[in-house]
Design a protein around this ligand. Structure first.
Ligand SMILES: Nc1ncnc2c1ncn2[C@@H]1O[C@H](COP(=O)(O)OP(=O)(O)OP(=O)(O)O)[C@@H](O)[C@H]1O
Length: 243
């Protein structure tokens, strides 16, 4: 528990309450409720089409839910900035430095503050030598590193990532995983999806297992991987497909 100056504990950064999403008469997400704690790593797992990306997009405010709510403010919620990293990074047709600066300008930061944060991000993510290169000319791994640097630069308390390493080689993947572990050690909450079960084992503190738009389990990661409660999760972990 973290007691704030006013004596109230604010251990959560996000609460999702009875969330649902329907399209063309089909319920794609149903009765989704979970909480994200300060500094914790939650990995959302589930088969193709389960609704993982859709859920993340709703949590980031990119898609409106049909039912329920994503709550960011309240007595037990810490007000934090939120950033999202996608499977394929979207870069402006500008330099690496300008991409970082643009993200910081959107936060309303003054030029001097932007310059120092830009430099800190370039240094931390090993991008200094590429600072003046066109961002779209970078390799896939470098672009994803820049996407992570851009997210980190705005100092989010919650970082959402949708399959951030699925297009990357093992070295780039490792770098991203190490960064995510450092971020959460520094107090950032992380919510992410992956199809890489090795990565889920390395990163998850808690697993949310989604199947056909429903939560079947929200479980501490060691329990999920050793004794999954649902037949669907057991099948998923053993690589079977259920129809
Ligand atoms: N904004 C939207 N409007 C309507 N349907 C959507 C929307 N976003 C996603 N869907 C549909 O919701 C279903 C779940 O898609 P989603 O991409 O969330 O699955 P996923 O679990 O991330 O799958 P994968 O593991 O293959 O990436 C799909 O049938 C998709 O077409």
């Amino acid at each position: 528990m973290v007691a704030e100056a006013d004596g109230v504990s604010r251990d959560l950064v996000l609460r999702v309450e009875s969330l649902g999403f329907e399209a063309a008469g089909t319920a794609l997400l149903k009765e989704i409720s979970f909480e994200v704690m300060v500094g914790r790593r939650l990995v959302i797992l589930g088969p193709n089409g389960a609704g993982k990306s859709l859920l993340l997009r709703i949590c980031h405010g990119l898609v409106a839910p049909s039912q329920g709510r994503v709550i960011r403010e309240g007595a037990d919620l810490r007000p934090v900035r939120q950033a999202m990293v996608f499977q394929r990074p979207v870069m402006l047709r500008r330099s690496v430095r300008a991409n970082l600066d643009h993200a910081l300008a959107l936060q309303g930061l003054a030029r001097s503050e932007r310059e120092s944060r830009c430099q800190a991000a370039l240094d931390r993510f090993g991008l200094s030598a590429l600072a003046d290169r066109g961002a779209r000319l970078l390799s896939g791994g470098e672009q994803q590193r820049l996407a992570l640097a851009r997210a980190w630069a705005i100092q989010p308390g919650l970082l959402i990532l949708d399959e951030p390493t699925s297009a990357l080689d093992p070295a780039s993947t490792r770098l991203i995983e190490e960064s995510l572990l450092q971020f959460s050690a520094e107090g950032m909450a992380i919510v992410m999806t992956t199809h890489d079960l090795g990565q889920a084992r390395r990163l998850a503190e808690e697993v949310l297992f989604l199947d056909r738009g429903r939560i079947l389990e929200v479980t501490p990661a060691p329990d999920f991987f050793t004794k999954p409660a649902s037949r669907e999760a057991r099948a998923y972990l053993s690589g079977e497909l259920l129809w």
